[in-house]
Write a protein that binds this ligand. Structure first.
Ligand code: AMP
Ligand code: MG
Length: 410
């Protein structure tokens, strides 16, 4: 028994088709730095200043000239003043002189070395120093962190809190970022109820709109939630037309599995050019991709785990590209698996796992339990995908498997 289907599309090929179709949005806007968090930089950011601005002390101690450092033994120097952070010592240091200096204080003219206070014996306005300190010790050079003209952030960077702080440290108040991408989505299925409605026999609460809302929010998309649309032609057709009229991307869940697909296919033949794929993956085999009106369209399967897996493997990379982001390859690495994993050959499987340290502190993975595509708790309890390749027939406990941690998923 296997799951091999000669008409199915490998995961890599599906992703490649999607990424080669979708082109980055080039429109941009200027926003204040705080509002730029999680937005994508439109252009390189170049520093207009040196950081630090002046050569300064990395420690509390005494600024001296390296010529005054004794090669051996002890030397006495005269302390002629103090340099504080933000209040430099105004005069030049002569031979045999030192200046008391605080961390961040600008080195006075004539000084090039700082002796940490623990290595200086002070009495009155004199210090005695030994031969432990090397020329240039405990000094931060002007521009050592960032030099004037250096590129500090590249176009296509999704800005993190550290990036926002970096921009502020350069005195930059606003930056150009790509415009937000508008995403409209709806769920299809006569059995779906919204929160607050009573459940009839066979009904389920619509959870896909909530996971989609969460995943899209993290990506900084401008979201339109169009609710639940029943499996009826006029309703569905109207929803597609309305979504495509305003959004850059339309996402639906449900209605693309065999049997249901024909129905949706007919509607989409009128309003767009959409391909229906059987992707060689589990969960998430049925997937539709193409254009509806002027928008990109992703028709995801209905099962709650399938929605998340196909979103993270296909929709998220496409959206990041559309948003102008330089998208690195996903973080994937090999780790020992403590669970036995069952699998049939023929499809890539994205099982849900928990990465944690074992008793000896080494990273290992175990599965979250039952792996059905409707079991959303398998996703909620996980912190990674365990990716089993197409021809794998499962693994015994102790085998090495490939994982993709969720921290790589924005
Ligand atoms: P479908 O792809 O429409 O055949 O749906 C596959 C399975 O996923 C069915 O059991 C549906 O009830 C379920 N399902 C579809 N859409 C949703 C949704 N929005 N929320 C929760 N379950 C769903
Ligand atoms: Mg359905």
């Amino acid at each position: 028994m296997d799951d091999f289907d000669p008409k199915s599309l490998p995961v890599d090929a599906a992703l490649e088709r999607i990424l080669s179709a979708v082109q980055p949005e080039t429109e941009f806007e200027n926003v204040p730095v705080r509002a730029a968090l999680n937005r994508v930089l439109h252009a390189d950011v170049v520093s207009g200043i040196n950081v630090p601005g002046g050569t300064n002390s990395a420690m509390d101690g005494y600024a001296v000239a390296s010529a005054d450092l004794p090669a051996s033994g002890v030397r006495e120097l005269e302390v002629i003043g103090t340099a504080w952070a933000g209040r430099p010592f105004p005069d030049r240091l002569g031979a045999g002189q030192a200046v008391r200096i605080m961390t961040g204080g600008i080195l006075p003219a004539g000084a090039d070395t700082v002796i940490i206070q623990e290595l200086a014996q002070r009495s009155g306005d004199r210090i005695r120093i030994g031969s432990e300190t090397r020329p240039g010790d405990n000094v931060r050079a002007a521009g050592e962190d960032i030099a004037i003209g250096a590129r500090v952030l590249a176009a296509g960077t999704r800005l993190t809190p550290a990036d926002i702080g970096l921009l502020a440290s350069l005195g930059i108040g606003s930056v150009a970022v790509r415009r937000r991408i508008r995403v409209a989505f709806f769920s299809t299925g006569d059995e779906l109820r919204s929160i607050g409605e009573p459940l009839g026999p066979g009904d389920v609460y619509d959870s896909n709109r909530y996971t989609l809302h969460g995943m899209l929010s993290r990506l900084g998309a401008e979201i339109t939630d169009m609710g639940v649309v029943g499996d009826r032609r006029p309703e569905l057709e109207a929803a597609f037309v309305k979504a495509a009229a305003t959004a850059d991307v339309v996402i639906t869940s449900g209605g693309v599995s065999v049997g249901e697909a024909d129905f949706v296919k007919e509607i989409l033949e009128k309003t767009g050019q959409v391909e229906f794929w059987k992707v060689a993956m589990k969960p998430g085999r049925p997937l539709a991709f193409g254009r509806v009106g002027d928008a990109w369209f992703f028709g995801l399967p209905g099962n709650p785990v399938s929605v998340m897996v196909t979103f993270y493997q296909f929709v998220q990379p496409a959206l990041r590209r559309l948003m102008g982001e330089n998208t690195p390859a996903p973080h994937r690495f090999q780790v020992r698996c403590e669970s036995r994993l069952k699998k049939r050959p023929g499809r890539v499987e994205f099982q849900r796992g928990v990465l944690a340290a074992d008793a000896s502190g080494r990273l290992v993975v175990r599965k979250t339990g039952a792996q059905g595509s409707g079991i959303l708790s398998s996703m909620a309890n996980a912190n990674c995908f365990i990716i089993l390749p197409m021809d794998s027939t499962g693994v015994e406990a102790g085998a090495v498997v490939e994982v993709e941690p969720f921290f790589g998923l924005v």
